[in-house]
Design a binder for this molecule. Structure first.
Ligand code: HEC
Ligand code: HEC
Length: 355
C-alpha cells in the first residue's frame, strides 16, 4: 500500500490542480460589490469560484459592450441585451455576427444572478459563466472562436494587462475563456432591479393609483370581489417568476408537431416537458416587448388577451392558465399594474451603461 501512497498523493494533487487551475483566481478578493436589492430579495448565491469584485465587474461591463468578442467586430452582448430595454432588444428574433437569426427571442437580463437553476428559455445552460463560453462560438450570436477572441484580448492594450493583473496570471499566455466568462458573469450579477414603483409601494414610500391597485389585486388574487387572474402562481413575488418550467398554452399541440422548438423537452427528454419554457420575470416587462420565447406576442395587451382566453389547452398545460373572464376594465388595470414593475433606476443606472 505504502508503495502506491506517493502515486496516489501525486494523483490527488494533479486532480486538485486540474479542478482548481481553470477556475482559480486567488487574486480576486471576495467582497460584496453588488447593488442592493430591496429587503424582499433573498441573498444572491454567487459561485465560490467567482466571488464579486468591483474591478472584475467594471472589466466585465466593458467587455459586455465591446464588439471585440464577435467575429465581424460589429456585435456585442449589448446588441441583443440593450440596457435601455432592460437588456433585451425589441426584436422577436435577433441577428448575430454571422448574419444568422437566433432561434429564440432574446430575454431581458434582469436579476439574472438570482436564477437558482439553469438559464435560457429551456434551461439548457448551467450558469452565467457557461453562457458566455457558449455565446462566443454560437453561430447565431458572436459567431467567433475562443482562440481568436483570446488572441485579440491578449493583444489589446487595456484588456490583456487588466485580465492578467486581475487573475494574477504570469502572463497573457495563461489567459483562458473562463477568465473572460467570469468577469462578464460578474457584471451580469450586478444587474439587480428592485426599485420599481411597486417596490416603493411595498416599502410604504410611494402610492399606487386606483387602477394599479385594482390590477395588483387581480394579479395576486387578493380580493374576493375581483377576478383571480392566477398570475402570481408562476410570476411570484419578489422576482415575478418562480423559475419553473411550465406550459402556459402559447402553442397548441397541433402547432408542436411543426415546431422544431420543443422547449424543456430538449433538455430532459421527457415528452411531458414539450412546450414548457422557463417562467420569465415580469420586472421591467413594459420595456421588453415583444414577448414569449418566440417573440410572438407584440404587446402586453396581447399577452393579457392570451391569458384571458385560457391559451391552447394541452395535456401538460397548467391549471392556472384557463379562461379568466376579465372585463375591459380588468384588463387595462392589469396592464397598469404591470407598468408599476418598471424600475427607472435600473434603466438609468450609470454603472450599467456603455462605458
Ligand atoms: C445575436 C443576439 C445575442 C447576442 C449577441 C447575445 N445574446 Fe444573450 N441571448 C440571446 C438569445 C436569443 C437568448 C435566449 C436563448 C435561448 O433561450 O435559447 C439569450 C440568452 C441569454 C442569457 C440567459 C438569460 C436567461 O434568463 O435565461 C444570458 C445570461 C445572456 N444571453 C447573456 C449574454 C451575454 C453575456 C452575451 C455576450 C457575451 C450575449 N448574451 C450575447 C441573444 C443574444
Ligand atoms: C402557469 C404559469 C403561468 C401563469 C399562471 C402565468 N404565466 Fe405568464 N408566463 C409563463 C411562462 C412559462 C411564460 C413564458 C412562455 C413562453 O415563452 O413561451 C410566461 C410569459 C409571460 C409574459 C412574457 C414575458 C416576456 O418577457 O416575454 C408576460 C408579460 C406574462 N407571462 C404575464 C402574465 C400575466 C399578466 C399572467 C396572469 C394573467 C400570467 N403571466 C400568468 C407562465 C405563467
Amino acid at each position: 500500500m505504502m508503495r502506491y501512497g506517493r502515486w496516489i498523493g501525486m494523483g490527488l494533487l494533479l486532480l486538485v490542480l486540474v479542478l482548481v487551475l481553470p477556475w482559480g483566481d486567488p487574486a480576486v478578493v471576495p467582497v460584496t460589490a453588488l447593488p442592493e436589492g430591496p429587503t424582499s430579495f433573498p441573498g444572491m448565491l454567487v459561485p465560490a469560484h467567482n466571488q464579486t469584485h468591483p474591478e472584475a465587474i467594471a472589466l466585465g461591463r466593458k467587455l459586455f459592450f465591446d464588439t471585440i468578442l464577435s467575429n465581424d467586430g460589429k456585435v456585442s452582448c449589448s446588441t441583443c441585451h440593450d440596457p435601455g430595454r432592460a437588456f433585451s432588444d425589441g426584436l422577436p428574433h435577433s441577428t448575430g455576427a454571422g448574419g444568422l437569426e437566433t432561434r429564440r427571442h432574446a430575454p431581458a437580463l434582469v436579476n439574472v444572478g438570482y436564477v437558482p437553476g439553469e438559464l435560457f428559455w429551456d434551461g439548457s445552460v448551467g450558469s452565467l459563466e457557461e453562457q458566455v463560453v457558449r455565446s462566443i462560438e454560437d453561430p447565431t450570436e458572436m459567431a467567433s472562436d475562443w482562440t481568436t477572441v483570446i488572441r485579440k484580448l491578449r493583444e489589446h492594450p487595456e484588456y490583456g494587462p487588466a485580465l492578467v493583473n486581475l487573475f494574477a496570471l504570469r502572463d497573457g499566455s495563461h489567459l483562458r475563456p473562463m477568465h473572460v466568462a467570469q468577469v462578464i458573469a460578474q457584471f451580469e450579477r450586478s444587474l439587480v432591479s428592485g426599485h420599481s414603483r411597486y417596490d416603493q409601494y411595498r416599502a410604504g414610500i410611494a402610492a399606487l393609483n386606483e387602477a394599479e391597485l385594482r390590477g395588483l389585486a387581480i394579479f395576486f388574487d387578493f380580493e374576493d370581489e375581483l377576478p383571480d387572474a392566477e398570475c402570481n402562481h408562476c410570476h411570484t413575488d419578489p422576482f415575478f417568476t418562480d423559475f419553473q418550467f411550465v406550459n402556459n398554452g402559447i402553442q397548441s399541440p397541433d402547432q408542436w408537431k411543426n415546431n422544431p422548438d420543443g422547449g424543456r423537452v430538449e433538455v430532459t427528454g421527457k415528452p411531458f416537458d414539450r412546450g414548457k419554457f422557463r417562467v420569465p420575470t415580469l420586472r421591467n416587462v413594459a420595456l421588453t416587448a415583444p414577448y414569449m420565447h418566440d417573440g410572438s406576442k407584440a404587446t402586453l395587451m396581447e399577452v393579457i388577451e392570451h391569458y384571458n382566453s385560457g391559451g391552447h389547452p394541452a395535456i401538460n398545460s397548467s391549471v392556472n392558465v384557463r379562461p379568466l373572464g376579465l372585463t375591459e376594465r380588468d384588463k387595462s388595470d392589469l396592464l397598469a399594474f404591470l407598468h408599476t414593475l418598471t424600475d427607472s433606476t435600473f434603466i438609468h443606472n450609470p454603472d450599467f451603461q456603455r462605458p
